[in-house]
Design a protein around this ligand. Structure first.
Ligand code: UDP
Length: 452
């Protein structure tokens, strides 16, 4: 298949405006651009990606009805996705109609690829008789768990079980009730409405998944058996083509120089919140003393505004900086993939967002798992219990944190997890290489798009 032929084919990509969704969608853009497609990113003005970081793409900003009020937006993804879906539809439709008129000038729109939450984009594509494909940015296991929520609700099991229960969920082994992927901000009923929309019958003709057979073969096979449309598991997307940063916050690269000075595998990288979660003052205090008391070197990302009641690190406890001295480095936002690839990093304390989980495994870095909400809980269970490349941190208490860091960085147990993580890394590298499952799946996806 000639590259020339694809050059005149444009793909319109529609990310959901959160870091954990934007990253894989822009990585997908890079992967497909490297296969010869032209790429347009249709995005909300809120959390807009920086076009300068992606000179090969065209960008279409869409008025979203949210941009005026950042505070509210960050927290409630369910409510926000409703507002975005209501507000972006019209401008997206006008934009696509215009592109279709220009088709006579030699460029065709092959299809629209939208985040699973951006329903409006799928609707508009179908209205205009354009092929539509969904991108799922969570693990396949999360999809099972979320579909399972609807059954559990109908069977009354959600009602009868404490959301913190350690009991196994029927038919969702190995998940416990406390691993179920609920959000914190919306009511259960509102969340289930979205879940049934996301996983119900969709009009799209395929699903792209940022996961790999190397990690989730059996879940993917089951999903494919139940699916009416082809599934293309082509992840981890960040490994499939080198892509530019799509960070919404400026990365502080000085931490790489600090890492250069640390001994091999000695540092715990702490990014325990990702782009959305937050901490109370008490939790940040416990975290700070847990890290200090572990006496291990740490690189800690504290996102601006993520500690309640402060702009950044004003609420760190008195005496903490003196106690840690040069052993600690704190940044607002890190170049995470480079940090995880750095030889000084011996472990990653993570909230287990799916991108962070994939990035850690891709570098063979073992984890401390402390999920905050949603799919992070499912991912944490898989990392610690199924893949056995991480340990679970039950509570944000300084003694527990100290113990977890020392277990991971110093003890044999941590060494075994590192070995396990290295094996998983090799497995997913093999799936991304020529002849591997993600590589083959990507070729099939390209052929599929070419067949439209
Ligand atoms: N990230 C980053 N620098 C940081 C913290 C996070 O670049 O200091 C990136 C990380 O590499 C990942 C994304 O932000 O790609 C977070 O996505 P994830 O799915 O892990 O979590 P979410 O933010 O959606 O909870």
């Amino acid at each position: 298949m000639g590259k020339q032929k694809q050059q005149s084919r444009r793909l319109v990509l529609v990310p959901c405006p959160y870091q954990g969704h934007i990253n894989p969608m822009l990585q997908l853009g890079t992967v497909l651009h490297s296969r010869g497609f032209s790429i347009t990113i249709a995005h909300t003005i809120f959390n807009s990606p920086d076009p300068q970081n992606h000179p090969d793409f065209s960008f279409l900003p869409m008025p979203d009805g949210l941009s005026a009020d950042r505070g509210l937006i960050y927290v409630d993804l369910v409510a926000n996705s409703k507002v975005i879906n209501e507000n972006c539809k019209e401008s997206f439709q006008q934009f696509l109609e215009q592109l279709l008129q220009n088709e006579t000038r030699g460029e065709t729109i092959s299809c629209v690829i939208s985040d699973e939450l951006m329903f409006f984009a799928e609707d508009v594509a179908i209205n205009l008789k354009l092929p539509s494909i969904i991108l799922r940015t969570t693990s396949a296991a999360t999809s099972f768990a979320r579909s399972g929520l609807i059954r559990l609700k109908a069977e009354g099991l959600l009602h009868s079980h404490d959301s913190l229960s350690n009991e196994l969920v029927p038919e969702l082994n190995p998940l416990r009730f406390k691993d179920l992927p609920f959000t914190l901000t919306s009511s259960q009923d509102k969340f289930l409405v979205i879940v049934s929309k996301v996983y119900g019958n969709r009009a799209s003709s395929a699903i792209i998944w940022n996961t790999t057979n190397g990690l989730e073969q059996s879940a993917l096979e089951q999903i494919q058996q139940q699916s009416q449309v082809p599934i293309f598991a082509i992840g981890p997307l960040h490994m499939m083509a080198p892509s530019n940063s799509s960070s919404l916050i400026k990365e502080d690269r000085s931490c790489l120089t600090w890492l250069d000075k640390q001994p091999h595998r000695s540092v715990i990288y702490v990014s325990s919140l990702g782009s959305i979660a937050s901490l109370s003052e008490k939790e940040v205090t416990e975290t700070a003393w847990g890290l200090a008391n572990s006496k291990q070197a740490f690189l800690w990302v504290i996102r601006p505004g993520s500690v309640h009641g402060s702009d950044w690190i004003e609420l760190l406890p008195k005496g903490f900086h003196d106690a840690v001295g040069d052993k600690g480095c704190i940044v607002r936002w890190a170049p995470q993939k480079e940090v995880l690839a750095h030889p000084a990093v011996g472990g990653f304390w993570s909230h287990c967002g799916w991108n962070s989980t994939l990035e850690s495994i891709a570098e063979g870095v073992p984890m401390i798992c402390k999920p905050c909400f949603s799919d992070q809980r499912v991912n944490a269970r898989y990392v610690s219990y199924v893949w056995r490349v991480g340990l679970e941190l039950e509570e944000l208490k300084r003694e527990e944190i100290e113990r977890a860091v020392r277990r991971l960085i110093l003890h044999d147990e941590g060494k075994e997890m590192r070995e396990g993580a290295k094996e998983l890394k090799q497995k997913i590298e093999a799936s991304a290489r020529e002849g591997g499952s993600s590589y083959d799946s990507l070729n099939e996806l390209v052929n599929f798009i070419m067949s439209f």
